[in-house]
Design a protein around this ligand. Structure first.
Ligand code: AP5
Length: 191
């Protein structure tokens, strides 16, 4: 694998912060592959695969899917790539996932370029999710499940802020404002 071509960006932030929205645009404009574990899992649920049957009830309750299932998905995705030019959206979400990803990326010679953290106040996050729920068809876009997802984020994913800050990768971005404004802030932290 050619190391100089590799690029790895990890979008971190609570549910509804805009990770998927911003990752999609950055991937398109910088010719990167977006790997959204939420989208991959929802596809499995829709197709009724074995993974989908395990993940579906957990997602509907706002809980995380077990680390080993996630890591198998990520390993498969990365193994199929000629160069690792990716944006992770919604992954990693636990310290165990982050540690395993570090090992995998080291094997592939693909260091992390940056970890933008999108910061948005809790109440705005809930209103964005509930608003999206009107049209998204996502089982987890109700206020009650969104609040549970926030709790899970606080307990299991927030420790990754310190994890990536300690490694010098963290770039804090104000996620409030228009999508264009937020995107400009992300670009300026990446440059
Ligand atoms: P996942 O699909 O990753 O959901 P999430 O992290 O909860 O994130 P969301 O998709 O809700 O929000 P987002 O930050 O991407 O914001 P978005 O751009 O959509 O995960 C779902 C579930 O899958 C998990 O609960 C878990 O069960 C499982 N799972 C996934 N990954 C896993 C992992 N690694 N380990 C274990 N389990 C895992 O924006 C939200 C809304 O706001 C949109 O409507 C958007 O249009 C709007 N919006 C965005 N930006 C703005 C803005 N600037 N102004 C106004 N509106 C905005």
């Amino acid at each position: 694998m050619t190391t100089s071509k590799n690029k790895v960006v990890i979008f971190l932030g609570p549910p509804g912060a805009g990770k998927g929205t911003q990752a999609e645009r950055l991937a398109h404009e910088q010719h990167l592959v977006k790997i959204s574990t939420g989208d991959i899992l929802r596809d499995h649920v829709e197709r009724g695969t074995e993974l989908g049957q395990q993940a579906g009830p957990l997602m509907k309750a706002g809980k995380l899917v077990p680390d080993d299932l996630l890591m198998a998905l990520i390993r498969d995705r990365l193994a199929s790539m000629d160069s690792v030019r990716v944006i992770f959206d919604g992954f990693p979400r636990t310290t165990a996932q982050a540690q395993e990803l570090d090992m995998l990326l080291e094997e592939l010679g693909a260091p992390i370029s940056a970890v933008p953290l999108l910061e948005v106040p809790d109440d705005l996050l809930i209103s964005r999710i509930v608003e999206r729920g009107r049209t998204s068809g996502r089982d987890d876009d109700t206020e009650a499940v969104a609040r549970e997802r926030q709790n899970v984020y606080r307990e299991q994913t927030r420790p990754l802020i310190d994890y990536y800050a300690a490694r010098g990768h963290l770039k804090t971005v104000d996620g409030v404002g228009t999508m264009d404004d937020v995107y400009s802030r992300i670009l300026s932290t990446l440059n």
